[in-house]
Structures are given as C-alpha cells and as structure tokens.
Ligand binder design. Structure first.
Ligand SMILES: *[C@@H]1O[C@H](CO)[C@@H](O)[C@H](O)[C@H]1NC(C)=O
Ligand SMILES: *[C@@H]1O[C@H](CO)[C@@H](O)[C@H](O)[C@H]1NC(C)=O
Ligand SMILES: *[C@@H]1O[C@H](CO)[C@@H](O)[C@H](O)[C@H]1NC(C)=O
Length: 417
C-alpha cells in the first residue's frame, strides 16, 4: 500500500517536473508584454535630414520613452521601448565582428539609450534576425549567434525580437531554440520574441508549439499587420479559424502574438480602434503600440489607456479567448477571466464585433447560453468602454441585447456571481 502510494506520488512529481519543463522558465512575460515598437508606423525611415522626427534614431526612441511616461502610458502598463529593424550599420565591426548601431543615427550608442530608458523606469527591446540579413538587409545573427547574444546582454537589452528573413525555414526549428539558449547563457533575463511560425505556416509547415512554448515568451503566428481594417480583419480571421490549434498554446510566460496595435495612426476609425483594442485583449495579445505618441488624439489615447480593457488583456489566468458565435455578421468573442466565483465558474470578457457596413448600429440579441456562459448563479454585467454603465444581473434564461456600430465593437465584462 505504502509502496503504491509512494509510486503514485513519484508519478505526480515527475508529471509536475515534465509540465514545468514545457514552458520557458525565465520568469518574464507572466502577462502579455506591453510597450511601444517602431516598425508599423516608422518602418525603415533612415533619412534624418528629411524626416528628423521619424527616422530610426536614438532621438525617436528616447523621445518616445519620455512620452510613454509623460503621457500616462507607462502608468497604464506600457513598459518596453523596442527598436525594430534598420538600427544597424551595414557591416559588423571588422575587428571584433560585433554588431554596430548606426553611428550617425545612434551617436551616443545603445548603452546610453538603454540607460535613459532604464532611468525613467522602462525596459529596452531590440530587433534582430535569425538569417544572414535582417528583413531590411542589415547583418543578421546566423553565423555570430553567441557573440550577438552576449552583445545584447552587454547593451542591457531586456527584450529581443528575432525575425526570420533571409533564413532557411527548415533550420528555424533548431536555430531559434539555439539562440534562446544563448540568450539564457548570458545570465541576463531577456524576453524572447520568436517569428518562426509566421515563416513556417505560409510555407505550409506546421509550427511545433511545444517547442515554441519551451523556448519563446511570445511568437508571431501570422502576417505583419498593416495600417488598415482589412489587415486587422485578416489577422482576426486567421486567429478565429485556427483557434482550436492556437488558443491552447497561450499562458503565463508564453503568448501568441497577432502583431502591433494600429491605434493612433492613419488607417483605423474611432470605432475600429476600439475594436482592435478589445479583440487584442480577448486574444491575450501583447499590447505593443506603434504610433507617433505626440500625434495620438485624446479619444484614441483614452482607448489605449482604458484600464478596464487593459485588465482583461493582462488577466492573471492568462487564458486566451475565442470566437464562439457568428450571426448576421456579428461575431461573439469571449475570454475566461478572473474573478472566479465560489462555485468555480469564471467571469468572462465578451466582445461583439460587427463585420457589417450597412450604415446603422445593429441591434442583436443573444441568450446568455449562446454566449457560452453557464454559471447557474448568473453574472453582473459592466460595459468595459463605459465603466459607469452597469447593465444588471443576467442568468441562464436571460437575453442580452447589444447594439454594435458598423465595423465596431461592444465590449462587456460578465462577472460570475
Ligand atoms: C540555406 O541552405 C542552403 C543549403 O544548405 C544554403 O546553400 C543557403 O546558403 C542557406 N541559406 C541561408 C539564407 O542560410
Ligand atoms: C535560464 O534557464 C534556466 C532554466 O530554465 C532558468 O531557471 C533561468 O532563470 C534562465 N536564466 C535566464 C537569465 O533567462
Ligand atoms: C438553464 O435553464 C434551463 C431552463 O430554463 C434549465 O433546464 C437548465 O438546467 C439551466 N441550466 C443551468 C446551468 O442552470
């Protein structure tokens, strides 16, 4: 009897050991990372004479770090300031073979920039590429992985985004974990953002999610986002259609990444901005802005800093949401969140997304059951975009009515009773 018990206990311990071995254990990204990154808005603008406020330069990052603090974004949780592509000299240092930041555009060097970012309480992120070159043609890490991991640590980098241009797709399943191991060996904790699924899937290869979870804190699943509703909807559809495969992979320390927030730029209306923010929160997506923080209009800034919506994204359970119903071109997306009621039922964030463009807000009714909500004690409901609006208590038999603007969203928290 005792022997059986001990054997059982041993089995459970082994199982726990295996479980904890399944996810990257660097203590980082326990909730989806939040911050600001240059690519979507600033791309590869390198002409600082023509575009002094937009070129990829220490000025851009230092200024945006300051703006994150002074405009209240840091207090709302936006933390990482991430340099995307086009920060490098075209060649490595001929003696040391080290990567070199562009000398004209980063005259003070990356250590000085990192120091400034750290001094004001933020964290520093940097882009590189697993291949021979970055996507914009600067040197990649492929034959210098150990040196580059060490250089990143020397530059006090806190977050690494590793892209996958100019690389052999079939090498990625081995190469990305290898770079992750080298980052770990430096002893400096760095969030590791991988891109290999975004290259494998379009090439018809299925990503190994167990490996992704084990080696990366987040990974880009699909195409780059562009500044349009069309691009946003394509990404949403990819996540909706593939959710059975993708959704279970997310959790504390390891996240799917549908790419940057477009809010504050040119392509999305006010309603569409609310839509992206709500669906990114449902998807437990990293909230990485890419915009000119000096030019963000107040009503868009309010969406980006909406504490109730951010709390859904950052929910401690880390369960990614799903698209659970579609009727009359209204999609229902929901995500289990805290608080969990005494009877064990989760609360939920529920978004109603209109894919309609026929001119008037569309009124639609769902039963609580149709929303996938099963708590027999019911829920109190709050409008996440208007926290002053409490909609009352809804139970099993009740009907929930909402009215959604064209290409817009309504977003609610159903708190389990
Ligand atoms: C991909 O692999 C082929 C064959 O091994 C090699 O010739 C080529 O240089 C590799 N390409 C890159 C970008 O590493
Ligand atoms: C390196 O990996 C080990 C084992 O997973 C982990 O305990 C440690 O925190 C990691 N260190 C860094 C700096 O990421
Ligand atoms: C919901 O209500 C129906 C009928 O109103 C009842 O049959 C069912 O058991 C209820 N379900 C729960 C989970 O309370």
């Amino acid at each position: 009897m005792y022997g059986t018990w001990r054997c059982l206990l041993g089995g459970i311990l082994l199982l726990q050991l295996l479980r904890s071995g399944q996810a990257l254990d660097n203590g980082l990204a326990r909730t989806p990372p939040m911050g600001w990154m240059s690519w979507e808005r600033f791309r590869c603008i390198t002409d600082c004479k023509l575009y002094p406020n937009e070129c990829i330069s220490e000025n851009l990052f230092s200024r945006h770090a300051d703006l994150l603090v002074s405009e209240g974004y840091a207090a709302a949780g936006y933390e990482y300031v991430i340099i995307d592509d086009c920060w490098l000299e075209k060649n490595r240092d001929s003696k040391t073979q080290k990567l070199v930041a562009d000398k004209k555009r980063f005259p003070s060097g990356l250590n000085a920039l990192a120091d400034h970012i750290h001094e004001i309480g933020l964290k520093f992120g940097l882009y590189q590429d697993y291949g021979t070159n970055t996507c914009a043609g600067y040197p990649g890490v492929i034959n210098h992985m150990k040196l580059d991991a060490q250089t990143f640590a020397e530059w006090d980098v806190d977050y690494v985004k590793l892209d996958g241009c100019y690389a052999n797709i079939s090498d990625m399943a081995v190469g990305y974990p290898e770079f992750g191991r080298l980052l770990n060996e430096t002893g400096r904790p760095m969030v590791y953002s991988c891109s290999w699924p975004a290259y494998q899937e379009p090439a018809g290869e299925m990503p190994d999610y167990e490996s992704l979870k084990k080696h990366c804190n987040l990974w880009r699943n699909w195409d780059d986002i562009d500044d349009s509703l069309e691009s946003l909807m394509q990404i949403m559809d990819y996540f909706g259609k593939n959710q059975d495969r993708i959704q279970p992979q997310a959790g504390p320390g390891h996240w799917n990444d549908p790419d940057m927030l477009l809010l504050g730029n040119y392509g999305l209306s006010y309603d569409q901005s609310k839509l992206q923010m709500a669906i990114w929160a449902i998807m437990a997506a990293p909230l990485i802005m890419s915009n000119d923080l000096e030019a963000v209009r107040p009503e868009i800034k309010a969406i980006l800093q909406n504490r109730a919506v951010i709390a859904v994204d950052q929910d401690e359970l880390g369960i990614q949401g799903r698209r659970v119903a579609t009727r009359n071109q209204i999609e229902v997306w929901q995500r289990p969140i805290t608080p969990v009621a005494k009877n064990g039922h989760h609360s939920y964030a529920v978004a109603f997304v209109s894919r309609r463009d026929d001119g008037a807000p569309y009124r639609i009714t769902f039963t609580i059951k149709e929303l996938g909500l099963k708590n027999p004690n019911g829920y109190t409901v709050q409008d996440l975009y208007d926290s002053s609006r409490n909609l009352g208590v809804f139970k099993n038999g009740s009907e929930f009515v909402t009215r959604v603007n064209p290409n817009g969203v309504t977003f609610y928290k159903f708190t389990a009773l």
